[in-house]
Structures are given as C-alpha cells and as structure tokens.
Write a new protein. Structure first.
Length: 237
C-alpha cells in the first residue's frame, strides 16, 4: 500500500482550547469565530491572491487531538443519541482511518500583518492549534444542493439547554467585556448545544461540569433542563 506525507499549510486560532467545547458543526455557534495563520512557505500574499472574491471556504484539517490508533469501522453518532452504530464513512466522526476533517467557514477578511498572512474566519468547529492541510474556495453553484438528503442529520440540531449565569459569573463577564465582548454569547451558545457525551445528556441530576474557552475555565451545573454557569476562572493566556 502506498503512503503519503501531508504537511500543514496553516494553523487555526480559535476560542476552543479543548475538544469538549467544540460545536459539532461550524454554523452552530456564531460567536465562535477564529483565524487561520498560514505557515511558510505558503505564508505569502501571492498564495491567497484572488481568495478575497469568495465569501466561504472549504478547510481540510487534521483531528490532531485524536491518537492515530483511535479509529473504527463503526461509530456511534451523537445525533442518534450514542445508541446506534453507523459505518464510519456514513458519519463525520473524528475517529477515522486518516483523521481528516472538512469544514465550510465564512471568510471575513484577509490580513497581512508583520509579514504574516491571516485569514479572518466566521463560525468554526475547530480546536485551537488545528493543522490545516488545504484551503479551497466554496462554490455555491456546485457545492450547494437544496434537494440533497442527509439521512439522520437532515435538520439543524435544536438547542437543548437554556443557560443562566450566577451573579459571580456575571461579575467576571462584566470585567472582561472590553477585551472579550462576545464572551457571554459564546458561553451561552456552546453550553446550549449541550456538549456533554450523549450518554450523559439523559442524566438530569444536578452535576457540575467544566469547559475551557480562550483562557477562561467555566464551571456550570445542570439543573433539570437548564444550565447554570456558576463561576468563570481566568487562567493564563
């Protein structure tokens, strides 16, 4: 069998410091935006000449937080509650033979700053530090099919949890408002999708969970069908 070497062309910067907080698709958390920093020798304005004409991009990336041996012929999609198995190629699971992912993202701007090419991106579903292996323009005339069927994932997932903030958490958010104006919206959108594994979502007992966005450690608790953000700890950048 032939093998191939793939080298990253860029690195993603996003609010998602860990896998747990990442939305399952890029358009589910509008406040979760990011940037793509190109690497040498692709870090040259010539490589993106003309890209500003396109509003959206395909990003091919590596699931770099998944160990190479972690893959299987079948997986349990979260959309099916984690109860049913599907063939790996009938899912978007990260536990794939080659651990390659594909996302459509909005291109908001292209910045050249201190000889660094930066693509400003809209909502995305990528962990901070994700290696990008290719960029392709999104072409509506051939990439969008309104008549397409998507099996068990035809519709957008409904938000599962209402989110509230304690007075203590609100105080932290107010102090961070100038530097992170979308932090409240980001936390709300991420938790409302219920990032817990499917088998834990059935548990409505009061339990405390944690997730990290940027350098903020967020502690939240499930109370029946809503989530209370109890505290937000500011870590090192």
């Amino acid at each position: 069998m032939m093998t191939y070497q793939i080298d990253p062309i860029g690195i993603i910067r996003s609010p998602y410091s860990e896998k747990f907080a990442v939305p399952r698709q890029p358009n589910l958390v509008s406040a979760g935006q990011g940037e793509l920093y190109l690497l040498a020798p692709y870090n040259d304005p010539i490589s993106v000449k003309g890209l500003e004409q396109f509003s959206h991009l395909w990003l091919l990336f590596l699931f770099h937080h998944i160990a190479p041996e972690k893959w299987g012929l079948t997986v349990r999609p979260p959309r099916l509650g984690g109860n049913k198995t599907m063939g790996v190629f009938a899912t978007r699971s990260p536990f794939r033979p080659n651990h390659i992912g594909l996302s459509v993202v909005e291109l908001k701007d292209i910045i050249v700053e201190n000889k660094q090419v930066i693509l400003k991106l809209g909502s995305l579903d990528l962990v901070d530090g994700t290696p990008i292996i290719d960029i392709k323009p999104y072409l509506p005339y051939c990439d969008s099919h309104s008549e397409a069927h998507a099996g068990y994932a035809q519709s957008i997932p409904e938000k599962k949890l209402a989110v509230a903030f304690s007075q203590k958490a609100q105080l932290v958010l107010e102090l961070q408002k100038q530097n992170y104006p979308q932090l409240t919206e980001l936390i709300t959108q991420v938790i409302s999708q219920d990032p817990r594994p499917a088998y834990k979502q059935k548990n409505l007992n009061e339990q405390t969970y944690g997730l990290t966005l940027y350098h903020f450690n967020i502690r939240w608790r499930i109370i029946t069908q809503y989530a209370l953000v109890e505290d937000i700890y500011v870590g090192s950048k």
